[in-house]
Each structure stands twice: as C-alpha cells, then as structure tokens.
Design a binder for this molecule. Structure first.
Ligand SMILES: Cc1ncc(COP(=O)(O)O)c(C=O)c1O
Length: 398
C-alpha cells in the first residue's frame, strides 16, 4: 500500500512527548524548547505586503546575505548564493538524506546523536557507522579507520554543544577531524543549532571552515534556539557542487520557506539589539544550567553522573546503577515529570543505553527544576529498589 521505506519510518518519541509536555501541569525536561520568556518579541506589524506573494526557493536575498556574512565571519568561504533557507534546520537534514541515501548507504554518525536526524537517515535506509563521543569530541583516528573501511556517503557531526551529549569538540580535535575529512574527501554535514548558546569560553570554530577549496561541505544553522522556533526558519549553506541539488530537492518538497518568517529573521539578525539579545539569552540560560546542576547534585548526586555542559540546552545523564529509563519515564509521567530516555539517541541501541537520559534545562523554571528532579530521584530509587528485590542482591550493573 505504501512505499517500501515506510516500513523504516519510526515515530519520533520527542514529537509524541511534546504533545504531553505542553499540558500546563507537566514539568518537562524532554524537548529542546527555548524558554518563552527568553524569546524576542514577535512583531509582525511592519511586514511588507509584497511578501504575500510566492517567493524564491533559495530564500529571501536579505536573509541569505546576512547568513553568508555571519558564516564568513566564522571563516567559511560562503557567498549568499550558497545559502538555502529551509523550514527549520530539520528540513536540511531531510534534503541531505534525499540527496545521499539509498537503502544500505553507509552514513557516519556520532554515538549518541540527534534522534530526529537518525530518524530521517533511517527512513531513507542508511546503514549507520558509529563514532563514539568522548569528552573532547570523536577520535580522529577512529574516523579515519571508519572511512577506509566503509566509505560513508557523508559524516554527520554536531561539534558544538552536541545534542544530546552536550560535548563541544576541542580545538585539536576539530583540526584533526577536518584534516581526516580533507585527506579522504568525504562530505561533511555539520549541524550547529546551539553555537550561540555558549556559557563558557570554548573553541566553537566550525569544522566546515577548516575544509579546503575542493571539499564537499554542508553547514546547518537555525533561528529556532536564538529566535522563535514556531517560525521554522533554518538554513543550509553548502559547497558549490552540492547547493544546486539541495535547491532542486527543496523545490519538489515545499517550493520555498515561508517569507514572513524569513523577513522577521532578517530584521532580527540585522537589528542593533541582536548581540545584546544573545548576551541576555546566554545569561538567562547559564543561570538555568547552573540551577539544574545544583538540583542534580542535590537530588541525583548519589544516583547518577553527568558532565557540566559549556553550552546548549541539555544535561546527558547516566544512572550509576544502570536501569531502564524508558520504564522510568512511564513512572515519571504518572507523577507529571517528563524527560527523554537516552536509548532513542543511539543509532544501534543496546541494553546498556537504557541507563542514559537527556534532561533539558531551558524550559522549566528553577523552582520546577528542583521539584521535577526530586520526583525523578524518587522514581529512580523506586526502580532500583525493585531491581534489587528482583535480583536479591545489590543494584544490577548492566
Ligand atoms: C542537533 C539538532 N539539529 C537540528 C535541530 C532542528 O532544529 P530546527 O528544525 O528547529 O531548526 C535540532 C533541534 O532541536 C537539533 O537539536
């Protein structure tokens, strides 16, 4: 009845949870939702009437110029003509999937990685080749080996405040990874939704900026985390050998991105208040991150481990005694607390991944953070108590 790929279509746990978490009495650590009070005002009073007409597939010239200027400042060789404005950066992931992936195509991904990217790559039939994340990023030698063994169609990386792990690649890893990509000529898809949400001084230079003239690169950004996610405006800038294909794919997908949202984003980034807005945003989220770290230490200090993220929106938490965070979610939801079980972020999940969960710190207030984590600690203890009873021994290590 449907195409063969529909058998591979998994539903997104995030989208399902989001429906639940929008209920007012739920404390949600689940999505990557920006805080409502940190968003800039959505003033659409001055939208030019011309924008009611159909527009260009690539995007509005004013916005493409502003994006290209930002990317050049970051060191990318990028002209406005290489920027494609998309319906959220999620659409960039879809277009790249369509461009590169046939059933069985190898794609290299970090492990863990962004679950909605995995979902899209999987739909088109990707075979995942995994690059385990360490505190500093991925191991460049492992990348080299993986490329020689599997020749992936592209490598998908989130080097700056990775989702879900919060890792930010250090300078030497960035240099070494870029060197391997240059040497092997494998295309890079770099996804950077969180680069502006930085709370400590760390290296954030894009990997794409380190690639050479003839290399194939795709760099995605978004206005969802700094601006207004409901407008669904993101972009994919790409090397000249790839950009025209992405444009044609977008034509057949949705003709073009909504023009009103693009207009708003152009006003937003070109406004004299833009840098001050980013500074306010960083101060606001830094405070929430610190509140979550304090609450985690208070309630989960004995039960779990994590690393303090230097940016982004998430803590990646591992239960010290192992466990099953999917089952935990069912219990937590009964007590009106939501989070993301870690398993969905693994391309090839196994039992050990059940011990992970991702906790968002941007959406809940500090008071909710504290109450929600207290509940979470209780349900973890209940689950571990049951495990203890079942095994008649100490907490099971799996
Ligand atoms: C790593 C990553 N890529 C892409 C996206 C999609 O963002 P959007 O489509 O809102 O631009 C997200 C959203 O959370 C993300 O975390």
């Amino acid at each position: 009845m449907f195409s063969e790929r529909i058998d591979r279509l998994t539903s997104s746990l995030i989208r399902e949870l989001l429906a639940l978490t929008q209920k007012p009495d739920i404390i949600s650590f689940a999505g990557g939702l920006p805080a409502r009070e940190a968003m800039p005002p959505l003033n659409l009073a001055d939208v030019p009437p011309d924008l009611s007409q159909y527009g260009a597939t690539d995007g509005e010239p004013e916005l493409r110029t502003a994006i290209a200027a930002q990317l050049r400042e970051l060191g990318l060789r990028c002209r406005p003509e290489q920027v494609l404005v998309t319906t959220g950066s999620q659409q960039g992931i879809d277009l790249v999937s369509k461009l590169y992936i046939d059933p069985g195509t190898p794609v290299a991904v970090e492990t863990p990685s962004y679950l909605a990217a995995l979902q899209s790559f999987r739909l088109f039939g990707a075979r995942f080749e995994e690059l385990p994340l360490t505190a500093n990023g991925i191991d460049p030698e492992q990348l080299r080996l993986l490329i020689h063994r599997h020749r992936p169609a592209f490598v998908y990386l989130i080097p700056t405040f990775q989702n879900p792990a919060g890792v930010c690649y250090d300078e030497s890893t960035r240099a070494a990874v870029a060197a391997v990509l240059r040497e092997t000529g494998i295309p890079l898809l770099e996804d950077e939704p969180y680069r502006e949400l930085v709370y400590e001084p760390v290296d954030r230079s894009p990997l794409c900026a380190r690639l050479g003239e003839g290399d194939t690169w795709m760099y995605m950004g978004t206005f969802s985390k700094t601006g207004v996610p409901g407008l669904r405006i993101g972009y994919i800038a790409a090397s000249e050998n790839v950009h025209p294909h992405l444009v044609r794919l977008k034509q057949s997908t949705d003709l073009h991105t909504n023009r009103i949202g693009q207009w708003w984003c152009a006003q937003f980034v070109n406004s004299p208040d833009y840098s001050a807005h980013l500074e306010r945003l960083r101060a606001f989220y830094r405070e929430r991150r610190d509140a979550m770290e304090a609450a985690l230490t208070r309630h989960l200090g004995e039960l779990a481990e994590w690393t303090m993220p230097n940016g982004g929106l998430f803590f990646w938490v591992r239960l010290k005694g192992g466990g099953d965070t999917r089952a935990l979610l069912v219990r937590a939801l009964e007590r009106k607390v939501a989070f993301m079980p870690g398993e969905a972020f693994f391309a090839n999940p196994n039992a050990q991944h059940g011990a992970f969960m991702r906790l968002n710190f941007s959406h809940a207030t500090p008071d909710q953070l504290d109450r929600g984590l207290a509940v979470l600690a209780e349900v973890i203890q209940e689950q571990q108590g049951i495990l203890k009873m079942e095994t008649g021994a100490g907490v099971v290590e799996i």
